[in-house]
Design a protein around this ligand. Structure first.
Ligand SMILES: C[S@@+](CC[C@H](N)C(=O)[O-])C[C@H]1O[C@@H](n2cnc3c(N)ncnc32)[C@H](O)[C@@H]1O
Length: 278
């Protein structure tokens, strides 16, 4: 039997649906802002021959990408735009609070509609729209209007970078579990209407004690195919639209490296980056 000591070992509290914070779980299971910002930084430098300084993160949620951007280099600045006050406040309290004073002063959080980012959101080097958030615009006219707004925010050497999820899996109703360290992430493509492309998706979290956080996040959006998005970007006035396809490792799995491509594989599920230039 182990000898008892006076010093009590601090036990890590087990996650349960009652104690877990949905934004922390989202950050752990959905986002990879380091890899995303690696791509943005390298792509801008490769295409422009200089490093980007200002980034606008549209649909920023908790502004994780904006925080990652200002941490990268002294002098970097970010504008982060989201409609939801609760989510912005969470980002301020949990993400911006971890930055140095100088980094924090380099971020402008805006509670605004991305369709009207205001003067603070203009003239940036890069606009980002990640995790397919722009699918919120279910009408083609709306998404083209959003892309026009982005185009108008950019200088001639600016860049719009967005990600896209495609393949036959994206057009089905299905549920997929992924085991994380202390919980299970569940991606639920709950309903899909093939006539107008509209779908409802949820994120649920399950915990080791059997409790569940159902519908922690919900999305009502339209799935746009990759060709549709490229057409919409061109219709909005972007002169050059390039798809960056993911490379493969020895087992044929995505390796996290993305390259400009004109021909992709008809995989069941793929994630790409799209780079749109004025
Ligand atoms: C899927 S989350 C994206 C969070 C984060 N950017 C990411 O990459 O994971 C979508 C966010 O878009 C915001 N949103 C939805 N419509 C918006 C709009 N028209 N203007 C600004 N933000 C919007 C929501 O409040 C929500 O925080």
């Amino acid at each position: 039997m182990a000898r008892p000591t006076k010093k009590k070992r601090k036990k890590k509290a087990k996650l349960t649906a009652a104690t877990a914070d949905r934004h922390i779980l989202y950050g752990l299971s959905v986002q990879n802002v380091e890899a995303e910002i690696d791509f943005v930084d390298a792509t801008y430098e490769e295409l422009r021959g200089r490093k980007a300084v200002t980034v606008r993160e549209d649909f920023c949620g908790t502004a994780s990408s904006a925080c990652e951007w200002v941490k990268r280099r002294e002098g970097n600045r970010a504008v982060a735009v989201d409609l939801c006050e609760e989510t912005l406040a969470w980002g301020r309290e949990h993400n911006l609070s971890k930055l140095t004073d100088e980094q924090r002063d380099s971020i402008t959080l805006l509670k605004r509609n991305v369709l009207d980012p205001g003067p603070e959101g203009m003239g940036v080097d890069v606009v980002l729209a990640m995790n397919f958030s722009y699918w919120i615009f279910v009408k083609r006219t709306e998404i083209v209007e959003y892309f026009k707004t982005v185009r108008a925010s950019l200088p001639e050497d600016g860049m719009f970078i967005l990600d896209h999820y495609g393949g036959s899996d994206a057009l089905t109703e299905c549920e997929e579990d992924r085991e994380m360290d202390d919980f299970t992430y569940v991606w639920d493509q709950h309903s899909y209407n093939p006539i107008n492309g509209e779908m409802t998706c949820y994120i649920h979290f399950k915990f080791n004690d059997g409790t569940k956080m159902k519908r922690a996040f919900e999305y009502h959006w339209r799935h746009y195919t990759l060709p549709e998005i490229q057409d919409c970007l061109r219709d909005a006035g972007f002169g050059k639209v390039t798809v960056y396809w993911e490379g493969e490792d020895d087992e044929g799995e995505g390796n996290g490296e993305f390259f400009p491509c004109e021909t992709g594989d008809a995989d069941m599920a793929f994630i790409t980056y799209i780079v749109a230039e004025p």
